[in-house]
Design a protein around this ligand. Structure first.
Ligand SMILES: Nc1ncnc2c1ncn2[C@@H]1O[C@H](COP(=O)(O)OP(=O)(O)OP(=O)(O)O)[C@@H](O)[C@H]1O
Ligand SMILES: [Mg+2]
Length: 172
């Protein structure tokens, strides 16, 4: 069954590293926004452009799934609603949704971010102390139901497709 893998975790958790492995193992298309942000815009967060990029990537991910190609979506996905929306969209295509959650404690996270900056500065962005603390405060950790593969929440009133088009402006 065609599978969409969704990487979930904080910066430095190891998502892209694991996403590369999964893509190799499954012959999957890996969609990592950071690989595109720098070449396209030269910076990590030009006003709202990441959301626009992610919307088209999500659209592309679903096109690939429809063609029978496995996909690894390497967005981070801090929000439970984002994960619920993507799960719903994937299952609506009769494909398999697999969330890959990589928890990371604060000390390990700092060490990995420092390691990456030291070894692969060209592929990454500087990350401040504020970025790390803000991430840890805002990240919605998947609960046991979500980890067990059950939808975390029912669809919002307009449905997940409409929610996704609102969250990622270029999705629809
Ligand atoms: N399991 C691991 N053990 C030790 N080091 C790791 C592991 N996974 C990744 N790393 C290292 O940690 C650093 C961060 O990994 P990676 O870039 O995969 O994180 P990420 O979750 O994609 O971060 P971001 O959200 O910022 O893109 C890299 O230098 C990588 O080599
Ligand atoms: Mg990454």
């Amino acid at each position: 069954m065609t599978t969409l893998f969704l990487m979930v975790g904080l910066p430095g958790a190891g998502k892209t590293t694991r996403a590369r492995q999964l893509a190799g193992e499954h012959g999957a298309l890996r969609l990592t926004p950071d690989d595109w942000m720098l070449p396209l815009f030269g910076e990590a967060e030009p006003d709202g452009k990441r959301d626009v990029l992610e919307g088209r990537m999500l659209w592309l991910a679903l096109e690939a799934v429809k063609l029978g190609t496995d996909v690894v979506v390497d967005f981070g996905c801090w929000s439970r609603d984002e994960r619920s929306a993507i799960r719903w969209l994937v299952e609506a295509e009769d494909a398999c949704f697999r969330m890959i959650y990589l928890p990371v404690d604060e000390e390990t996270q700092r060490a990995r971010i420092a390691h990456r900056w030291a070894t692969a500065a060209r592929e990454t962005f500087p990350m401040t102390e504020t970025d790390i603390l803000r991430g840890r405060a805002h990240f919605e950790e998947p609960d046991t139901a979500e980890l067990a593969g059950r939808a975390a929440a029912g669809p919002p009133s307009g449905g997940w497709r409409e929610w996704a088009a609102d969250r990622w402006p270029s999705f629809a």
